[in-house]
Design a protein around this ligand. Structure first.
Ligand code: COA
Length: 348
């Protein structure tokens, strides 16, 4: 007998309309297209115009995932974001309401760039436990709203975007069934990726400096930890579900830096052509990064039905995680504003 499992039934993504190229950044900051491309692999990113926030882009991606699944309702909404519309309340209930999903349970998950994997694990578990029969899992972030406009390191990397999957209850032997998760955290390194101010710890001291409201990261340490944590988490999960790592057809890792992706592939012994890479087109979109890479990978013909797909993420917290599925047949709209992806954009 095969157990109840959450099955991926729909996929969608959305990018805001303002495209920012490396050359655009070089006009405002002491940087060059050559530096950004060589050190990160990123060529452009998209940012929200004034008045558009995380809820707005989450609604767009959620609607596309629902359409992809052929559904107009779900029993649960989980939104992964670290740039909620407000510190309180969560943004998920508003997104559910704007999608016309009624009075369903809806909550946010804040695990920065690992947020989508954590949210997927939460929704999958609630479906497996019988708490919900279907779910919409959205990763959406608008990091452009929390970056220091003068910080060339962070502005070169981050972009805004939203991606989503629709889940339904099914069985573990179906294509699209989520086969397992590996999750972890290390709060002793919380300072490595942080917005120092704006929360209760900061406010309790009574001093709020404007600069403390900007996102900061220790780039080199983040780089090293991202490689180690994503490789270890992927390897642990593959072992647990009985996949020899070299049978993974596609690794969809958090799109942070093309050199990080290549290093994770090398650690796992996976050649570059098994890595899905779309950060050159969208930058690091935080919680949206994995579902946006899935959308682009499907459209490029890199991810096909039956493929063994391993998802892995790493982010602030520190947090990390991995998820596995055999990819189902899905009908997915391309990302708006992006020409078809060339198959030559693999890590190199
Ligand atoms: N343009 C030009 N120079 C830049 C720059 C930019 N956009 N960003 C940083 N630099 C400079 C630095 O100021 C430094 O100058 P200095 O030597 O005069 O002090 C120099 O480049 C080297 O900086 P370093 O941080 O050592 O470079 P790096 O090769 O590690 O690349 C990152 C920097 C941020 C691209 C890289 O560390 C990285 O990608 N880290 C992971 C970031 C990430 O993925 N974050 C999200 C995690 S989920």
């Amino acid at each position: 007998m095969t157990g109840r499992a959450a099955v991926v039934a729909g996929l969608g993504g959305w990018l805001p309309p303002v495209r920012v190229t490396n050359d655009d950044l070089a006009v405002q900051l002491d940087t060059t297209d050559e530096w950004i491309t060589t050190r990160t692999g990123i060529r452009q990113r998209f940012v929200v115009p004034p008045g558009l926030s995380t809820s707005g882009i989450a609604v767009e991606a959620g609607a596309r995932a629902l359409a992809s699944a052929g559904r107009s309702s779900v029993g649960l909404l989980v939104l992964a974001t670290s740039t909620p519309d407000h510190p309180c309340p969560a943004t998920a209930p508003e997104v559910a309401s704007r999608l016309g999903l009624g009075e369903i349970p809806a909550f946010d998950v804040a695990a920065v760039c690992t947020g989508f994997v954590y949210a997927l694990a939460g929704a999958s578990s609630m479906i497996s436990a019988g708490i919900a029969d279907s779910a919409l899992v959205i990763g959406a972030d608008t990091f452009s709203t929390i970056l220091n406009p003068e910080d060339r390191t962070t502005r070169a990397i981050f972009g805004d975007g939203a991606g989503a999957v629709a889940l339904r209850a099914g069985t573990a032997d179906e294509p699209g069934a989520l086969l397992g998760f590996d999750l972890g955290s290390d709060g002793s390194q919380a300072d490595m990726i942080t917005v120092p101010g704006g929360g209760s710890e900061h406010r309790s001291r009574g001093v709020v400096e404007a600069d403390d409201l900007y996102f900061t990261m220790q780039g080199r340490s983040v780089f090293r930890n991202a490689v180690t944590r994503m490789s270890e988490s992927s390897r642990r999960l593959a072992h647990r579900i009985g996949w020899p790592v070299d049978t993974v057809d596609r690794l969809v890792a958090h799109q942070a830096n093309v050199r990080i992706l290549s290093a994770v592939g090398a650690e796992l012994g996976l050649p570059d052509d098994r890595l899905v890479v779309n950060l050159d087109r969208v930058g690091n979109t935080v919680a949206a990064s994995i579902p946006l890479a899935l959308v682009d990978g499907v459209h490029a013909g890199e991810i096909t039905p039956g493929d063994r797909v391993l998802l892995c993420g790493f982010g602030g917290g520190l947090t990390w995680g991995a998820a596995a599925l055999e990819f189902p047949r899905l009908s997915v709209e391309p990302l708006p504003g992006l020409p078809a992806k060339s198959l030559s954009t693999h890590a190199n």
